[in-house]
Write a protein of this length. Structure first.
Length: 251
């Protein structure tokens, strides 16, 4: 019997020594795992919906969306349609009244510059868009003044009330700064400010583009325009990626 015990001891001894040769971590770090959701976030600009109800001279709808590529990078886009009626007056006298209607699309990227607390998914966004718009303008009414009243009679040469100017287009670059916060599970609210710079602006020689859908007011002598966005979106999750957080070593 003692012979078998001695043989078993000789077999197990090298395995025991091998196990003891590996370093022992006396201060193991605990990790907490969190699953980040990746997917498509879609929704609408609620400010345009509200303005459509309260302003009889405006109707608009903008759909927004983004798709998460990495931890911080998103593909983003907006598509919309707007109709706006405006008047220009001189000394309380109508110069002209016109209506602009058309559609636009914007596409680009957003970068989340905010480092969330563990388990949160909010964003402070810095991004960019390339945008194009196609639209028309209808001259509803106007008045002709002589030169003594500082009005250029060639501005609407040959135009008649009710005339429609079609085939108008514009394109611009847009700088986007904004925030998005998770209000409830997978439901986000956001707001952004957009500074646009016109690249192309095709207009009729008798009537300039004074307002462009998606760009807003066109300022005489400047290619810059300002726009805003207030959105509510829903995240459609496609898959999840693990994100681990190391806990500090106990002292």
């Amino acid at each position: 019997m003692s012979k078998y015990i001695i043989s078993l001891t000789l077999i197990l001894l090298p395995l025991n020594l091998l196990g003891q040769s590996e370093p022992i971590d006396l201060q193991k770090k605990d990790t907490v795992e969190y699953k980040e959701q990746y997917g498509l976030r879609v929704g609408a600009d609620i400010s345009k919906l509200v303005l459509s109800f309260v302003d009889e001279d405006y109707t608009g709808l903008e759909l927004v969306g983004d798709y998460r590529l990495t931890h911080k990078l998103y593909l983003a886009a907006e598509i919309g349609n707007e109709t706006k009626t405006q008047s220009e007056n001189l000394s309380q006298t109508l110069l002209y009244n016109f209506e602009t209607t058309g559609s636009y699309i914007k596409a680009g990227v957003d970068m989340n510059t905010y480092e969330n607390w563990f388990g949160m998914n909010n964003s402070i966004i810095l991004g960019g868009r390339y945008a194009v718009a196609s639209f028309s303008q209808t001259l509803n009414d106007y008045s002709i003044f002589d030169s003594n009243q500082y009005y250029n009679q060639e501005f609407l040469a040959g135009a008649e009330p009710g005339r429609e100017f079609t085939g108008l287009t514009a394109s611009w670059l847009e700088l986007v700064v904004g925030i998005k916060a998770e209000l409830f599970a997978n439901i986000y609210v956001g707001m952004s400010a957009r500074l646009g710079f016109l690249i192309t602006n095709k207009e009729d020689e008798n009537f300039p583009n004074l307002w462009i859908p998606g760009f807003n007011k066109v300022t005489d002598g400047s290619n810059f325009g300002v726009n805003y966005n207030y959105s509510i979106t829903y995240l459609i999750p496609f898959y999840k990626k693990s994100k681990k957080k190391k806990e500090p070593n106990p002292q």
